[in-house]
Design a binder for this molecule. Structure first.
Ligand code: GLU
Length: 420
């Protein structure tokens, strides 16, 4: 069946294509397929915000809970001008599968607000976040649905969400969100966790190719929280980061970029542009350059049927959610690219969110070494589970991850029984 590019890049279609392939392979009962395919609940809110110019603006926000079968719904909130309900639905389902792949007791959710956060003042962002949270008060909670940061949201946004929810509850409820600042119930290691998880899965993957970090060239797309931490930790571990692709400047150097220096440069200048210790590069060319590991850590649909054949990495480590379309999967598989699928590769973030939630509920906080050790444990065993599943069932890593996850959720739904 041929699909248009527009259809190919619709995240809900991308999620559904893999879901259909996996459930077919699993030979899953038709009724269960229907239950797991669609989100449980979807909330759309239109929220007024007083802007700095004295006018009122109304923003549209979403929160989709795909599943609560294995525990409270869990997933981030993104701020972006292009957020759509279909995208949030797909991202919510991916959270269900992601939490199941790493076997943590959560379902899946996602939220978003259509806005351009780069054009808003801190005050406007705070008022928008608080009003959005107020609209979600009955919908979220430590036992119901636990938001976290995602694209363009951060620890500060989580602090505002936690505070707003707590004001409505008339008590401090730290476990309502994760990814908070450490002094108000955040976990040590959470900020770096997604990047660390990417590195851990890459460490496992390179072993399969007989590589060591020193002879592994890495290109990273995106230098936000995920990409920059993955690059920094991998650089520290000896990997050669030869390219960074960012909207405000892409850079390349054969000998490997000094990520510490780049990090300080970005802290000081708020941009990568003008960094002189590497050459300026064309982003499209760099994305298609030869390397051992390519890490798309920016946004969806970076690898489609249009460019998949031009990707020249051995290992594709998906730091972003949904960077590869379903049609591109087939091309990558034919070219023997070893894909570490998003729902495994970037699961370090939500896994450490789980640790944060546990710590908040216990009121007892772990040392960073304990967090990192527990994270490594889960990421390594999940990586091995997926790769073994792929071998046993003769499917690619992505379909293996979906099958493993869907099977776990389906098992729980069956065990609980269906209240129909
Ligand atoms: N936004 C992150 C993700 O897509 C983290 C979610 C969380 O920690 O709940 O996995």
């Amino acid at each position: 069946m041929t699909v248009s590019l527009e259809q190919e890049i619709n995240p809900w279609e991308a999620q559904s294509a893999r879901f259909d392939a996996a459930t077919k392979k699993l030979n899953l009962d038709e009724g269960l397929v229907k239950i797991l395919r669609y989100p449980n609940r979807e909330l759309i809110v239109h929220i007024p915000v007083s802007m700095d110019n004295g006018k009122l603006e109304v923003f549209t926000g979403f929160r989709v809970q795909h599943s609560i079968a294995r525990g409270p719904a869990k997933g981030g909130v993104r701020y972006s001008p292009d957020v759509t309900l279909d995208e949030v639905r797909a991202l919510a389902s991916w959270m269900t599968w992601k939490c199941a792949v790493v076997n943590i007791p959560f379902g899946g959710a996602k939220g978003g607000i259509i806005c351009d956060p780069h054009k808003m003042s801190p005050g406007e962002l705070e008022r928008m976040t608080r009003r959005y949270t107020a609209e979600l008060v009955e919908f979220i909670g430590p036992e119901k649905d636990v938001p976290a940061p995602d694209m363009n949201t951060n620890e500060q946004v989580m602090a505002w969400m936690m505070d707003t929810y707590s004001m409505h509850m008339r008590q401090t409820v730290t476990a309502v969100v994760t990814g908070k600042p450490i002094n108000i119930g955040g976990s040590r290691g959470r900020r770096e966790a997604t990047g660390r998880g990417i590195m851990i899965t890459c460490d496992q993957a390179i072993k399969k190719f007989g590589l060591r970090p020193e002879n592994t060239r890495v290109i990273v797309q995106g230098f936000g929280n995920v990409g920059s931490n993955a690059a920094r930790l991998m650089h520290e571990a000896g990997y050669k980061i030869i390219g960074i692709i960012e909207v405000d400047g892409s850079i390349y150097t054969k000998k490997g970029i000094d990520i510490e220096a780049l990090w300080s440069y970005r802290e000081k200048n708020r941009t990568l542009a003008g960094f002189t210790e590497a050459e300026k590069a064309d982003p499209t060319e760099l994305f298609q350059s030869e390397c051992e590991i390519l890490i798309p850590a920016a946004t969806e649909n970076q690898i489609t049927s249009r460019n998949a054949a031009k990707i020249r990495c051995k290992i594709l480590a998906e730091g972003a959610n949904g960077p590869t379309t379903a049609a591109a999967d087939e091309i990558l598989a034919a070219n023997k690219v070893f894909v570490i699928p998003d729902i495994l590769c970037n699961a370090g973030g939500v896994t450490t969110s789980y640790f944060e939630w546990v710590q908040d509920r216990q009121g007892y906080f772990w040392k960073e070494s304990v967090v990192n050790e527990q994270l490594a444990d889960i990421m390594i065993s999940s990586f091995n589970d997926v790769v073994r599943y792929a071998d046993t069932h003769s499917v690619n890593n992505r379909i293996a991850a979906y099958m493993l996850a869907i099977d776990r959720v389906a098992y729980t739904v069956r065990q609980r029984g269906i209240y129909a």
